[in-house]
Write a protein that binds this ligand. Structure first.
Ligand SMILES: NC(=O)c1ccc[n+]([C@@H]2O[C@H](COP(=O)([O-])OP(=O)(O)OC[C@H]3O[C@@H](n4cnc5c(N)ncnc54)[C@H](O)[C@@H]3O)[C@@H](O)[C@H]2O)c1
Length: 671
């Protein structure tokens, strides 16, 4: 190592200079107080843990400050260390770095923390109420320092937000390996998790928050659009070339991800009414143009909806109020309702994710800080009423689906045993389907279609436009209905103005489509047509996530309690040289309920990257399709048969023999 390099490494770490006390912009949303719950012994450890990031000379000043944060916010965020300059994903060339990947990841992290993108920018929460890039600003600063010096011969290890260090590696290994909140089984529960998080040893990565691959709510607009259209086809009898014109969809949540619902229903041609208790989140979506009007008056809301429905015009209307009030109004007034869902943050209902009926959003925030047991009781009561009103509406013909926010599990945890199919536990699922069981699993995941995405690291909108056109060229709209939907999506993407933050795009694709598009983009980078591109995907995909209440809800061979697939996906992607690999606990459904992972691949135009695309991209999708087919899911068996034919001589997936139901029933019915 040269003397200069040596100096760089010796100067790593947080310096002895104390940044000025934090200043908070009152216009920016703040995370609620998470509730201090540590014992005296645990508090001592939490303080020592936070202080190990800073030189001893600062401890006397920072220890009381950190204790104050812990007691008033339920976490140590080290607010003082938040950079004062505006945080956003800048063009890659504006970052320092010793390799392209080191600079690319800085773009991704800063985008995740951009106040225009992030849910609680001061608390490093990107989306999903608790999904964080890392735990505190000291970790952020250290990660940035490491990324600035990271070379092609090193791998940076991130454990629950903490940058453990740079280790010697090789160019074909991942540059960054991230794990978040992987708890030992016995302690893998909400309570032990909260203690670990408060002590500063666990980070809730959600999916792309801690996996550094968030692209704003656009990421979910496409999935929601696909889900709504397919729900219309499967349940309302829409033909393949029809959309949701003249159809009403009611749901809740205009937050990080749920904020996509208005835009998605509009692109699908329907009318959406979305309940949201927090006015600031409605205002964000109004400013963005993803919601067109707002009212806290229920008759007014339905007058607006009725006008749009009669004219068969798309509309996205926000109701400022509680979803349970909205639904009780629908019941009381006999309003016809074909499609119904929910996207409150029910993966963390007692942590502020679900606002109970009967109290305002401000009251919810106060109770969270002052009286958590009362808050819990109110949440449970509200969830029970919420369930009852949904039951009435489905009885009148509405199609309700759980949209991956763990809503039905939350209802079960609130004491409603009837919501479970077997009336005892959650193992056999719930009486209402999840969108994965009915729609996304059989219609998309089993074929390998999932949320492929990319970010044009140059920051140029012209690069995004070029990649949109190139991706469209790679799709044959006549192959399947799904290809047609995806073709239309990418054709209209520019027109729909979906970009929030970096110049990014999502496009559902199957294994073949992802490989083709990735190779085309890498060629464009090689030819100098566009700047470098970061490829990735949501963890909410075919292979990356084992989550019995969501991604793997349509796995019915009993292996829905296993997490082998997600771990194999992560390991396989690392072995094949993805630039970044991430594996987390909890995803969008909560601690202990999912293991989920993702990747990032920086396209630098090299032949090396072409080779990675051909092996890793294919594995990343087909590992999951293979597992689904082994679970006897019919569409994935078709997909695997085709794969085995096309890949004869290079790859082969084990196919199941299918037992005759009559044979099994004859032997077991009497048991
Ligand atoms: N299906 C998917 O693909 C998918 C993807 C991402 C996230 N999710 C899940 O969806 C949920 C929402 O994610 P998010 O990022 O939007 O979270 P978020 O916390 O940013 O948004 C949820 C919103 O619901 C509002 N809310 C809470 N209780 C309410 C009530 N009773 N009535 C009306 N509004 C209420 C909150 O004020 C908040 O704005 C999470 O559980 C997340 O894990 C699902």
């Amino acid at each position: 190592m040269s003397e200069r390099e040596n100096n760089i490494f010796f100067s790593m770490g947080i310096g002895a200079e104390l940044p000025p006390p934090p200043a908070f912009d009152p216009a920016l949303r703040r995370a609620p107080d998470r509730g201090f719950k540590l014992t005296s012994a645990q508090t001592k450890i939490a303080l020592r843990n936070a202080l190990r990031y800073v030189p001893e000379s600062l401890h006397a000043t920072l220890a009381p400050e950190f204790l104050h944060e812990l007691k008033t916010r339920g976490r140590i965020y080290a607010y003082r260390y938040r950079p004062t300059q505006r945080l956003y994903g800048k063009p890659i060339d504006e970052y320092k770095g010793a390799c392209i990947e080191g600079k690319a990841f800085q773009v991704m992290i800063d985008n995740n923390l951009d106040p225009d993108v992030a849910l609680y920018p001061y608390e490093l929460v990107t989306y999903g109420e608790t999904g964080s890039v890392c735990q505190n600003w000291l970790q952020y600063r250290l990660i940035k320092q490491y990324l600035e010096v990271l070379t092609q011969d090193q791998t940076l290890v991130i454990e629950s937000g903490h940058p453990l260090g740079l280790f010697p590696s090789r160019p074909d290994a991942p540059r960054v390996i991230i794990t978040n909140a992987l708890m030992v089984g016995m302690f893998d529960n909400q309570n032990d998790w909260e203690i670990a998080e408060q002590m500063g040893v666990a980070n809730y990565g959600q999916m792309t928050a801690g996996g550094w691959m968030y692209i704003g709510p656009q990421g979910i607009v496409h999935g929601t659009f696909n889900t709504l259209l397919n729900a219309g086809r499967l349940k309302l009898g829409l033909l393949h070339d029809e959309d949701l014109r003249g159809k009403l969809f009611i749901t809740s949540g205009l937050g990080g991800m749920s904020g996509a619902q208005g835009k998605a229903v509009e692109i699908a041609g329907g009318v959406g009414i979305i309940a949201e208790v927090d006015l600031s989140r409605i205002q964000t979506r109004l400013t963005q143009g993803w919601i067109h009007c707002m009212s806290d008056d229920l008759p007014e809301v339905f007058r607006l909806a009725d006008t749009a429905l009669k004219k068969c015009e798309p509309a996205a209307i926000a109701y400022h109020g509680n979803i349970v009030d909205l639904l009780e109004y629908v019941v009381a007034n006999n309003i016809p309702l074909p499609l119904l869902s929910d996207q409150t943050s029910c993966h963390a209902p007692y942590d502020g994710g679900y606002c109970p009926q009967g109290i305002s959003f401000a009251e919810r925030t106060r109770l969270l800080a002052e009286d958590r047991s009362k808050f819990r009781v109110l949440v449970d009561n509200s969830l029970r009423r919420h369930f009852e009103v949904i039951r009435t509406l489905t009885g009148r013909g509405a199609y309700f689906f759980d949209y991956g926010n763990s809503f039905l599990k939350a209802v079960f945890d609130a004491g409603v045993l009837e919501v479970s199919l077997n009336g005892v536990d959650e193992k056999d699922g719930f009486i209402f389907p999840s969108y994965v069981e009915d729609i996304m699993g059989p219609e998309l995941f089993d074929y390998g279609y999932g949320p492929f995405r990319w970010v044009c690291l140059s920051g140029k909108s012209s690069d995004l436009e070029k990649t949109d056109h190139a991706a469209m060229d790679c799709i044959d709209p006549d192959r399947r209905g799904q290809d047609r939907d995806n073709y239309i999506w990418i054709r209209d993407a520019q027109k729909n103005k979906l970009v929030v933050g970096t110049q990014a795009r999502i496009l559902y694709q199957d294994a073949g489509g992802r490989v083709r598009i990735a190779l085309r983009f890498n060629e464009m980078v090689r030819n100098g047509d566009i700047g470098p591109v970061m490829l990735g995907r949501d963890h909410h995909d075919v292979s990356g996530t084992d989550s019995p209440f969501r991604e793997t809800a349509n796995i019915k061979d009993g292996s829905n309690v296993m997490a082998d697939m997600a771990v194999q996906c992560f390991a396989g992607n690392a072995a094949r040289g993805m630039s970044l690999v991430a594996l987390h606990n909890g995803g969008g459904v909560g601690i202990g309920k999912a293991v989920n992972g993702g990747f990032g691949l920086v396209l630098d135009g090299s032949d090396r990257v072409d080779t990675i695309i051909r092996s890793a991209m294919l594995w990343d999708v087909m590992g999951g399709v293979a597992r689904r087919s082994w679970a006897r899911n019919p569409h994935s068996i078709e997909t695997v048969r085709e794969f085995n034919r096309n890949q004869a001589g290079t790859a082969h997936i084990t196919l199941p023999f299918l037992a005759d139901d009559k044979l099994i029933n004859k032997l077991t019915d009497a048991l």
